[in-house]
Design a protein around this ligand. Structure first.
Ligand SMILES: Nc1nc2c([nH]c(=O)n2[C@H]2C[C@H](O)[C@@H](COP(=O)(O)OP(=O)(O)OP(=O)(O)O)O2)c(=O)[nH]1
Ligand SMILES: [Mg+2]
Length: 131
């Protein structure tokens, strides 16, 4: 059987105070209970950036105006492989909120706690913690 391989675009939405908007994975979703950067699966025919724009509109209600790819990496979970594209988003329209009812908060990038996020987020959170 071939492993599931998903391509995921996520947005690190950062305001001028250096705070990042994060949401909690709820219900019975993969990795439920952990905090995450909003985002999701890139669909067939979409570029990572198009997937990012669509997912951030669906999950947070913002219109991305500019984004910058910080890094991308592969991670092997037990049941799937994911390629994650981490985008820094500093220019957007609207006010992000947990549009799917998911818990949300703004956390200063230096206060982001890697232990509250999925394993593959670690290097990126370290980058933000030390910036
Ligand atoms: N959104 C997001 N997903 C992450 C992060 N870190 C990480 O390992 N993931 C993993 C968890 C999931 O396996 C996958 C994201 O899938 P997802 O469930 O959010 O996808 P989606 O928004 O399209 O959701 P759905 O339509 O399938 O419900 O990537 C992160 O920071 N943000
Ligand atoms: Mg998602």
């Amino acid at each position: 059987m071939t492993r599931k391989h998903l391509h995921i675009a996520v947005g690190i939405i950062r305001n001028e105070k250096g705070e990042v908007f994060i949401t909690r994975r709820v219900g019975d979703s993969h990795l439920a209970g952990l905090w995450e950067f909003p985002g999701g699966k890139i669909e067939a025919g979409e570029s990572p950036e198009q997937g990012l724009r669509r997912e951030l509109m669906e999950e947070t209600g913002i219109q991305v105006q500019q984004s910058e790819l910080l890094c991308s990496l592969d991670h092997h979970f037990d049941d799937r492989t994911v390629t994650l594209y981490f985008y820094l988003v500093e220019h957007w329209q609207g006010t992000p909120f947990g549009r799917e009812g998911q818990p949300e908060r703004w956390v200063h990038q230096h206060a982001l706690n890697a232990g509250e996020f999925p394993e593959p987020n670690k290097p990126v959170i370290e980058l933000l913690n030390n910036a």
